[in-house]
Write a protein that binds this ligand. Sequence first.
Ligand code: ADP
Length: 188
Amino acid sequence: MRIVFLGAPGSGKGTQATNVKAALAIAHISTGDLLREQVRAHTALGRQAKAVMEAGKLVSDALVLGMLEARLAEADTAAGFILDGYPRNLVQAAALDALLARIEQPLDLVVLIDVPNELIVTRLAGRAAEEGRQDDTPETVRARLQIYAEQTAPVIEFYRRGNRLVVVDGVGDMAAVSARILAALRIL
Ligand code: ADP
């Protein structure tokens, strides 16, 4: 099964992708994690991405697409995958459709993990305190939420129009949200 998880920063996409990946035995591809690996490894890509990520902005579409294409060529994606953090704008959504058509692995479904904005802000403040992620400072969080509203929200409409979207309530404990996602996926 090939799935995209959409949701604001702090919506629980990463955690849910980890749970669902285990339940379905498919790969979990987080572009945020892949980028953080590049930064840690001081690669050319990582050097270009670091400052952009720390400012809460989007890394260039071309860089992220190249990285994603390489990841999708790895063997563990053959059984399917969950994309977490991609696409984040309409250009990426179109590029993803083109790439997946080319490799003959079209998406089955897009899951939006829906969490109200007030709760997102509270959760991100909590995560900043717990994990100390470089991009969880209040200014960066504001920038990431603004980019989400301006650039990623239109992606939701793109998939809704294409009849590929299911919306799952992301409020509640992690296990309850996972159960809702798995229930939504079983309609396939
Ligand atoms: P969150 O879900 O909290 O936004 P991620 O780990 O998904 O965090 O992403 C962290 C950062 O990595 C983003 O703010 C952005 O700078 C960069 N990034 C991740 N995915 C993409 C993408 N698809 N396009 C551009 N930049 C990305």
